[in-house]
Design a protein around this ligand. Structure first.
Ligand SMILES: Nc1ncnc2c1ncn2[C@@H]1O[C@H](COP(=O)(O)OP(=O)(O)OP(=O)(O)O)[C@@H](O)[C@H]1O
Ligand SMILES: [Mg+2]
Length: 363
């Protein structure tokens, strides 16, 4: 088996790596020695985290640049494929909201991917991890992260050529730079979508709680699977609740099942993370929740595109960017108006249908 991409190729048994001379993809091929030195021989103290692929280490290059190095833990064909897909796809894309690939090393049993180091860790650390109590994510930052991740995804779906479906959008795969700008990471499960193809049928990959129903059940993958995962992520950003929680008695409830009855009563503020202590723009919060619910519609045809999501997050659900001035006026008015005047059902939120699907799958 061999993998090829635009600038390099190798054979699983015998790595052959060519130097990258394409300045459109300014990543490097590192030597093992360089990365060993940078990470203090992959010292445990340098370890930032661990995922399905392997461990991630902080390091500093000889030029003084901070890097994150992901080290493949086991050389299986599946893991090697993930490595190849990640390097191939990240090597093709450049966007302010996608994690930058600095380079890689492939030789012997060692597969290493080198990224820009993200000093503010991943979203999961702030929502559910050791930084959650510090509450560094105020509403402005949360909305900025939501818009940034949406823009990264919109680029993958609509601008990258061929189009790319990420397939593993979740809180641990949204990293935060020094300005808390979102960087979508982890392309190991991504799929390139050939021109003119509306969906593919594949083996199901991804993370429980974020999987669109048509994908989880039938392996039907399209851009709208990412839209669904983004909707879950958006609710998570707003509420700091986990995508799935276990209720007493062992029954599992997903975040949409939790939020839907609250939203139906118009209690949008109750969905907000209590750690924000009520400090958020009510109209923006309501807007984000409604967008999340539309993204998680059980029917993929009712979900918006990521371009629509970006626009709606910026100017209001169901509205277009050109109405921005008018909408901005409306948002200011709405701040003093607690009344829920949004017709939720008109945005295609078939709550009952989604609930039926969810309850049959969550037990
Ligand atoms: N470039 C980076 N800069 C800073 N921290 C990073 C970077 N890349 C990954 N991390 C950290 O390492 C952790 C592990 O990442 P990894 O992608 O291996 O696993 P995961 O996302 O938690 O799970 P999965 O394997 O299911 O994707 C992340 O949660 C993140 O906090
Ligand atoms: Mg990850």
């Amino acid at each position: 088996m061999s993998f090829k991409c635009c600038c390099w190729s190798w054979n699983v048994e015998e790595p052959v790596i060519r130097e990258n001379k394409n300045k459109d993809y300014p990543w490097d091929i590192y030597t093992l020695k360089e990365l060993i030195t940078a990470t203090n021989n992959f010292h445990n103290d340098n370890k930032i985290g661990e995922g399905g692929f392997g461990s991630v280490y902080w390091g500093r290059t000889s030029k003084g640049v901070e890097i994150a190095v992901k080290r493949l833990k086991a050389m299986t064909a599946k893991a090697e494929m993930e490595f190849a897909v990640e390097v191939e796809i990240l090597g093709r894309v450049r966007h302010a909201n996608l994690l930058g690939l600095r380079g890689f090393y492939a030789g012997g049993d060692e597969r290493l991917i080198v990224y820009d180091y993200m000093p503010n860790h991943s979203l999961i650390t702030h929502l559910h991890g050791h930084l959650a109590t510090d509450v560094l994510l105020d509403w402005r930052r949360r909305l900025g992260i939501a818009i940034g991740s949406a823009e990264g995804l919109a680029y993958l779906h609509h601008e990258a050529n061929p189009h790319i479906i990420h397939r593993d959008i979740k809180a641990s795969n949204v990293l935060l730079d020094s300005e808390f700008q979102a960087k979508v990471a982890d392309f190991g499960f991504a799929k390139l979508i050939p021109e003119g193809v509306s969906h593919l049928t594949t083996r199901v990959k991804g993370t429980l709680g974020y999987l669109a129903p048509e994908y989880a059940m039938w392996g039907k993958v399209s851009e709208s699977c990412d839209v669904y995962s983004f909707g879950i992520l958006l609710l998570e950003i707003v509420s700091a609740r986990k995508p799935i929680e276990k209720l007493p008695g062992g029954v599992k409830r997903d975040i949409v099942q939790w939020a839907t009855p609250i939203v139906e009563k118009g209690n949008f503020d109750v969905v907000a993370d209590p750690k924000m202590r009520g400090k958020f723009d009510k109209a923006q919060l309501k807007n984000a929740i409604l967008i999340a619910l539309q993204c998680t519609d059980g029917n993929p045809d009712n979900r918006p595109s990521m371009i629509e999501v970006v626009n709606w997050l910026k100017v209001g659900i169901g509205r277009r960017a050109k109405e921005v001035v008018h909408v901005r006026d409306m948002v200011v008015e709405d701040e003093d108006d607690d009344e829920d005047d949004t017709d939720y059902e008109s945005y295609g939120g078939p709550v009952a249908a989604r609930r039926a699907w969810a309850s049959s799958n969550m037990r």
